[in-house]
Design a protein around this ligand. Structure first.
Ligand code: FAD
Length: 294
């Protein structure tokens, strides 16, 4: 039996067919007994209701802990607190506390809402005042684009930990050395919470390149070459994406990583295969049971 831990991230579906796909993914991945499944919060709070519905459904129908992502964007503290209180009442015990991106998109200057939480550290502190949530926060092996330096970025992570965060989940990265160098700096700064690598398989190279540009992640030249001229060849792209992600995860595990967070994009196939390769196999688990975490 492996001692690895996994978690899976989903986004709230917009349409009935996306809803079907999401639920198929939840059902397929649930028997792997993840530490939690997480549900993102759309830019500017645009998915507030859909995030809430998705979180509630996973709590109601799968016996799994759920972490609800929450941002500070375009909301007063009272509005954010109301969401937190409603979550706690429903049995949500975990949140991923985030500042969020500016309403104009990453790259614009972030201006906090005048009556809102200014950043993820303030949000974490506010959430802890409401209830004893288990709080994860985002962290950035290649630094957040708004940070003047890696040291300032790690200071911000420290503020989030001091405010009550007990887990960092990284932005995606494709060079494991970047993660391990970051981990060294985080530990040297006296931060001892788990820093869980966020794994984003490159199923859609153009999409990942666009995301990487906005969030400051680097795509190594080796990957650019691998995906060259494959825009019209989804089968080969998929096979290469699986191989690259498997190599990355196995190498991380070999170097001692014990928890993997998968950005599933609401698909189960690659995440399931990667878990299988890591030795994470189905455990007896039942959907339609009450939330084990509540
Ligand atoms: P923070 O840690 O609050 O700040 C980011 C950086 O801004 C800091 O490192 C610091 O350099 C600077 N900064 C902020 N405040 C200050 C200050 N007072 N003084 C000095 N510097 C400051 N976005 C969504 O909209 N919805 C999601 O569901 C979502 N999920 C995510 C999950 C993960 C695992 C990750 C890594 C990111 C996610 N994001 C999501 C993206 C995230 O919202 C953006 O990266 C956002 O720009 C920063 O959020 P943060 O919580 O990391 O910000």
């Amino acid at each position: 039996m492996t001692d690895l831990h996994v978690s899976f991230e989903f986004f709230p579906p917009k349409t009935a067919s996306m809803q079907t796909r999401l639920w198929a993914a939840v059902e397929k991945l649930a028997p792997l007994a993840p530490d939690f499944m997480s549900v993102t919060y759309g830019a500017g709070g645009s998915t507030r209701e859909r995030t809430h519905e998705t979180v509630s459904r996973i709590i109601r129908e799968a016996s799994l802990p759920v972490a609800a992502h929450l941002t500070c964007v375009a909301a007063t503290k009272e509005e954010v607190d109301a969401v937190l209180k409603a979550y706690w009442k429903e049995g949500v015990r975990r949140i991923v506390a985030l500042r969020g991106d500016p309403p104009g998109g990453p790259g614009e200057r972030y201006i906090p809402h005048p009556g809102g939480y200014a950043n993820a550290a303030e949000l974490a502190e506010g959430a802890k005042k409401i209830a004893d949530f288990e709080i994860s926060v985002g962290c950035y092996p290649e630094k957040h684009p708004d940070s003047p330096s890696t040291a300032a970025d790690i200071d911000m992570l420290k503020r989030k930990v001091d405010a009550g965060a007990t887990r960092g989940i990284t932005q995606f990265f494709y060079d494991n050395e970047v993660y391990f160098r970051y981990l060294d700096r985080v530990r040297a700064a006296g931060i001892d919470i788990p820093i869980v690598p966020g794994v984003m398989p490159v199923t859609n190279f153009a999409g990942v390149r666009k995301m990487a540009d906005t969030c400051g992640a680097t795509i190594p030249g080796r990957l650019v070459k691998l995906f060259q001229n494959l825009d019209n060849d989804p089968t080969t792209r998929q096979l290469i994406a699986a191989t690259v992600a498997a190599e990355q995860c196995l190498a991380l595990a070999e170097q001692g990583v014990k928890h993997f967070h998968f950005y599933t994009l609401n698909r189960d196939d690659l995440a399931y295969a990667l878990c299988t390769m890591l030795g994470v196999r189905p455990k007896p688990s039942s959907l339609n049971a009450p939330d084990a975490a509540a």
